[in-house]
Design a protein around this ligand. Structure first.
Ligand code: SAM
Length: 339
C-alpha cells in the first residue's frame, strides 16, 4: 500500500484483476509457452503421474462395470500433457473405449493426439473420471484483510500490484469467511475468499453422471489457515510478487475442505476426507523403493531405469513438496471411492 496509481477506476478486487490477467486477451495462460514454461507440476515431473492416473481410470472403469464408452476429462489441461500420458499408459482395450477430453481455455496445441477432444468447457454428462490437477488454485479469488479497526475489507489492487483496502465484506463472501476462514481481528490478517472455487468445483462435479471427480492441489485446512494468505506469483520458474498485468501466474493455495463440502453437496454424498498425494499415489502403486542392487549386475540398463523411476516417485511423494498436495476424491453414483 505505497503508491497511488492515479485513476480511480484501476482499483479492482483481486478476483476480477486476476481473471483478466490470466485469461483475458493476452493473458498469462494464453501465452504460447504454456504453464510448463513457468512452473513444474506433478504432470511435468514424471510420466509416473499419468500412469497412476491411468490406473485410477481403470479402477473407475471396473467400478462402473466396464461401460462401452469410458470418459476421461482433464480439466485445466495446460497443453494436454496429462491426457496424452494417460492415453499412452492405458491398456489397449481400455484405451479403445476411452473418450478423452482436454478442457482448457488456451488454444489446442498443433501436435496434439487426434483422439483427444479439445474444448473450453466440460461436456454435459461424463461417465468415468474427471481429473483437475492444479486447476482450482488458478480459479481467481478475492482477498480480504482486517483493517486497523478490526473490520475485514476487500483488498483492491491496481495493475502494477499496488494494493489498498476497499469496502467491508458482506453477503456470501462474508458468510464464506465466517464458515471457512474466520479472520482474526488483528490488523493486517489476510484470507483468500474461496467461494468461487467451491462453486467451480460443485459445477464440475455436477457434470459427472457416474464416476469419480478428482481435484489435486496445494491446500490448507480449517484451523490451520495461513495467517496472511498465500496469494503469490510465478514467472519462469521463480516465485514473484503477484502483479495482475499478464506477465506472471497468480495463484493461492486451495481451501480444499470447503471445496469438498460443496462438491459433496452437489453429488449428494458425505464430504470426502483429506488425502495426501503421497497416500493416493502409494495406493496407485507409485513407490520410491529403490531396485535391489543385485539387478545392477544382472540387468544394468534395467537397474538404471528402475533407479530413475524410484527418484521420480520420490519427488512425486516427497514430504514438504508434491507429496503434501491434497487429493479430493468425489465419487458420483459409485459405492465408495475406487482407490
Ligand atoms: C496450473 S495450470 C495446470 C495445467 C495442468 N493441469 C498441469 O497440471 O500441468 C492451470 C490450467 O488451468 C487452465 N484453466 C483455468 N481455468 C480454466 C477453466 N475455467 N476452464 C478450463 N481451463 C482452465 C489454465 O488455462 C491453465 O492451463
Amino acid at each position: 500500500m505505497t503508491k497511488e496509481p492515479g485513476a480511480e477506476n484501476v482499483w479492482r478486487g483481486w478476483r476480477a484483476a486476476t481473471e483478466d490477467a490470466l485469461y483475458g486477451p493476452g493473458g498469462f495462460y494464453r501465452r504460447p509457452e504454456g504453464p510448463a514454461g513457468h512452473f513444474r507440476t506433478s504432470v511435468h515431473a514424471s510420466a509416473l503421474f499419468a500412469a497412476a492416473v491411468a490406473r485410477l481410470l481403470c479402477r473407475v472403469d471396473e467400478a462402473l462395470g466396464r461401460p462401452e464408452r469410458l470418459d476421461f476429462a482433464d480439466l485445466g489441461a495446460g497443453r494436454g500433457e496429462l491426457v496424452t500420458g494417460v492415453l499412452a499408459a492405458l491398456p489397449a482395450e481400455v484405451a479403445a473405449r476411452t473418450r478423452a477430453y482436454a478442457v482448457e481455455l488456451a488454444d489446442r496445441p498443433a501436435d496434439l493426439d487426434g483422439r483427444i477432444e479439445w474444448r473450453d468447457e466440460l461436456p454435459d454428462a461424463l461417465t468415468g473420471l474427471l481429473f483437475a490437477n492444479e486447476w482450482l488454485d488458478n480459479v481467481p479469488v478475492d482477498v480480504a484483510e482486517t483493517d486497523p479497526a478490526g473490520v475485514p475489507r476487500r483488498v483492491l489492487v491496481a495493475p502494477d500490484g499496488t494494493e489498498r483496502l476497499g469496502e467491508p465484506l458482506e453477503g456470501p463472501a462474508a458468510d464464506w469467511l465466517a464458515r471457512w476462514w474466520p479472520l482474526p481481528a488483528e490488523p493486517g490478517a489476510r484470507a483468500e475468499i474461496g467461494l468461487p472455487r467451491d462453486l467451480a468445483w460443485a459445477a464440475a462435479v455436477r457434470r459427472v453422471e457416474r464416476g469419480l471427480a478428482v481435484a489435486v492441489d496445494y491446500t490448507h485446512a480449517l484451523g490451520a489457515r495461513p495467517p496472511f494468505g498465500t496469494l503469490t506469483g510465478f514467472r519462469e520458474g521463480r516465485e514473484t510478487a503477484p502483479v495482475p498485468d499478464g506477465t506472471c501466474d497468480i495463484t493461492a493455495h486451495v481451501a480444499l475442505d470447503a471445496c469438498a463440502a460443496a462438491g459433496a453437496a452437489a453429488a449428494n454424498t458425505e464430504a470426502p476426507g483429506p488425502l495426501t498425494q503421497r497416500a493416493a499415489l502409494r495406493a496407485l502403486d507409485v513407490t520410491g523403493v529403490r531396485p535391489p542392487l543385485a539387478l545392477a549386475t544382472t540387468d544394468p540398463a534395467g537397474y538404471v531405469r528402475a533407479l530413475a523411476r524410484a527418484g521420480e516417485a520420490a519427488e512425486l511423494t516427497a514430504p514438504g513438496g508434491l507429496g503434501d498436495f491434497g487429493w479430493l476424491l468425489q465419487p458420483v453414483g459409485l459405492d465408495g471411492t475406487p482407490l
